[in-house]
Ligand binder design. Structure first.
Ligand code: GDP
Ligand code: IMO
Ligand code: MG
Length: 422
């Protein structure tokens, strides 16, 4: 059975957690392929809300195996908290959680460096989870991986070399604090004891599962416009949330993928800095934030809100090869008299032919809007597409037409069951 990729099509927080959990009913393995505890994926079951940062959003289905792939950067503190949280709800993870031996570890100094760098000239508005500095070490080939926990001497040698360098950077360049090697070794060995049973060659595990025709769902974190290559650089995260990242981040071949579902929020949000052409810094933006509960699931920061941007969505569909869209949070628009969708950009009154991820260009663009009549009806209880108000259907089908992509799922509430499958 080929694999499906779930990718955030905007700037993250599109509702990936909800859709992954909902689709997990018919899935055998859910595998996270990049990012780290910068992600916050919310799953709502009944009246309980769970926020996952590292553990795949399929964990609430007993039959689903969950993989944290080699492309993920793991913060032991966050993972230990998350494992404890999952267990406290009576959910068994033994035999169901598989952590790649090649995944890199976030170290305390990565978080320090992340915080200090944000005091510099370019403020990305990171989540402060040490993501950028951890990926720097990965690509510098000095990173510490899960497999290094297995040997005390290797761990100690690698840590000492890293800490010596980081201490110099922190004290000489940033005038920051020095780091205690022995304390870190002790902490990471405690962590090793906890995750030891879960450490796996997940590449082999996933490829064997593919051979056995298991159904795999690759869960992306963040979103396409935060991709380090294809996003609004430098206001991006340090990994590849786009669909291509699923293959490198899990070690499965592109030929194994047959379905790429783009998660698209019915409007736009962005947390952190960087261009956002359709941002609404007015009462309408505040209304979207209030109704949509647009506050970061990881940091609690208010999310910047605006209308749906079809120019960037078209780009996202192209870069990811999105084969179908899950449109989320449509119910948030229930109370709006009028809903706008950005269908083009102009720069100096001239139309821009296509999306540009260049920050200067995006800062200069003016969105061109097409207006839609609001449906002014509560749609959260609707489960059949044809039962949706005519104005809602018009909005959905306009997005379909503008993106050239079928909308196969419509989400009308945070709960699992609040979904319309077309
Ligand atoms: P993710 O990072 O893409 O998984 O998204 P987040 O969990 O950060 O943010 C999505 C938020 O919207 C969460 O609070 C979800 O519970 C909620 N949510 C998801 N789908 C819907 C929906 O269709 N309607 C409403 N009202 N809320 C939703
Ligand atoms: P999920 O998976 C929304 C943003 C940060 C910042 C930029 C870089 O829940 O959709 P980082 O800490 O990654 O170095 O920060 O990326 N960011 C997210 N925004 N949702 C996320 O994850 C995000 N993860 C990182 O706000 O602008
Ligand atoms: Mg989130």
């Amino acid at each position: 059975m080929p694999a499906t990729i779930i990718v955030g099509a905007q700037w993250g927080d599109e509702g990936k957690g909800k859709i992954v959990d909902m689709l997990s009913d018919e899935i055998d393995i859910v595998a996270r392929y990049q990012g780290g505890a910068n992600a916050g994926h919310t799953v709502v079951i009944g009246d309980k809300e769970y926020v996952l940062h590292l553990i795949p959003s399929g964990i609430f289905h007993k039959h689903v195996a969950c993989v944290i792939g080699n492309g993920v950067v793991i913060d032991p503190v966050a993972l230990m908290d998350e494992i404890a949280m999952i267990k406290s709800f009576g959910i068994k993870i033994d035999g169901r959680l598989f952590i790649s031996h090649n995944a890199h570890l976030i170290m305390p100094y990565h978080k320090m460096l992340d915080a200090i760098r944000e005091k510099g000239a370019v403020k990305i508005g990171t989540t402060g989870r040490g993501i950028g500095p951890a990926y720097i070490d990965k690509y510098m080939r000095t990173g510490i991986r899960v497999v290094d926990l297995l040997n005390r001497k290797t761990l100690s040698d690698k840590l000492k070399a890293n800490i010596e360098e980081k201490n110099q950077i922190l004290s000489k360049i940033y005038g920051g604090v020095e780091i205690d090697v022995d304390k870190i070794i002790a902490e990471y060995q405690e962590f090793d004891k906890l995750i030891d049973p879960f450490i796996t060659d997940t590449t082999l595990y996933l490829n064997n599962a593919l051979k056995k025709k298991k159904r795999i769902l690759a869960e992306g974190a963040q979103g396409a416009l935060l991709d380090v290559d294809h996003g609004t650089y430098p206001f991006v995260t340090s990994s590849s949330p786009t669909s291509g990242g699923a293959c490198t981040g899990l070690g499965i071949p592109p030929t194994a993928i047959n379905r790429i579902i783009g998660i698209v929020k019915a409007y736009s949000t962005r947390v952190g800095n960087g261009p956002f052409p359709t941002e609404l810094q007015d009462a309408t933006g505040e209304k979207l934030r209030a109704i949509g509960g647009e506050y970061g699931a990881t940091t609690g920061r208010p999310r910047r809100c605006g209308w749906l941007d079809m120019v960037s969505l078209e780009y996202s569909v192209m870069v990811n090869g999105i084969s179908e869209i899950a449109l989320t949070k449509l119910d948030v628009l229930d109370e709006f008299d009028e809903i706008a969708v950005c269908t083009g950009y102009t720069v100096d009154d001239k139309p821009l032919k296509s999306f540009s991820s260049n920050v200067a260009t995006l800062d200069a663009v003016k969105p061109v809007y097409k207006k839609f009549k609001g449906w002014k009806e509560n749609i959260t209880g609707i489960r059949k597409y044809k039962k949706l108000p005519a104005a809602t259907i018009k909005y959905i089908e306009a997005i379909e037409k503008l993106s050239g992509t079928r909308i196969s799922l419509v989400s009308v509430g945070a709960r699992r069951d609040q979904t319309i499958v077309r």
